[in-house]
Ligand binder design. Structure first.
Ligand code: PNS
Length: 161
């Protein structure tokens, strides 16, 4: 059985993330979406909120499960017996950071964790969680980028009238 993890901060999940999850679910037998619980960073959404948003969005994908993790990805994968990490690539500018992270994960896992990149679908190639937060701050339209319930949460927290 081919199992993979799609790790990220998902603060919040966008349709770009969902697109990667849906495509990964067609390639792998089981996809764990790993939501980073980083005590040092202060994300807009708590880890519980981020997990719940992803659970709701993926409820019709039977081979996708949502989990949170803390610490090193390589350690979490070792404990879960997962050997493939999926990352989405939007543009060449993502590559340097992703390449470094993949090399580091390879090293830390003693070559037990392989990174597989999926290129983002063209219509989401400019989309990021940070741009979505910025749009929300100024009351811009979010319907093409995140589910309605997520847009409402974003406006509630960020929109300054
Ligand atoms: O959505 P993001 O913020 O680009 O995801 C980054 C993430 C969560 C995949 C990455 O920061 C991560 O794996 N963090 C856990 C700590 C770790 O393992 N770091 C070593 C690799 S450089």
């Amino acid at each position: 059985m081919k199992r993979a993890i799609y790790p990220g901060t998902f603060d919040p999940m966008t349709y770009g993330h969902l697109d990667i999850i849906e495509r990964a679910a067609k390639i792998f037998d089981e996809v764990t979406v790993g939501v980073l619980d980083n005590k040092e960073k202060t994300p807009l959404f708590s880890v519980e909120e981020r997990v719940n948003i992803l659970k709701e969005a993926t409820k019709d994908l039977p081979n996708v499960k949502i989990e949170s993790f803390g610490g090193l990805l390589s350690e979490y994968c070792k404990a879960q017996d997962i050997h493939i990490a999926i990352r989405g690539l939007r543009a060449i500018t993502d590559f340097e950071y992703e390449f470094q992270m993949s090399m580091m994960n390879s090293k830390l896992s003693h070559n037990e964790l392989e990174t597989v990149y999926l290129n983002t679908t063209l219509k989401y190639s400019y989309l990021s969680s940070s741009s979505v937060k910025q749009i929300a701050q100024f009351g811009g339209e979010l319907e093409d980028f995140v589910p309605k319930s997520v847009a409402e949460m974003l406006y509630e927290r960020l929109y300054k009238k």
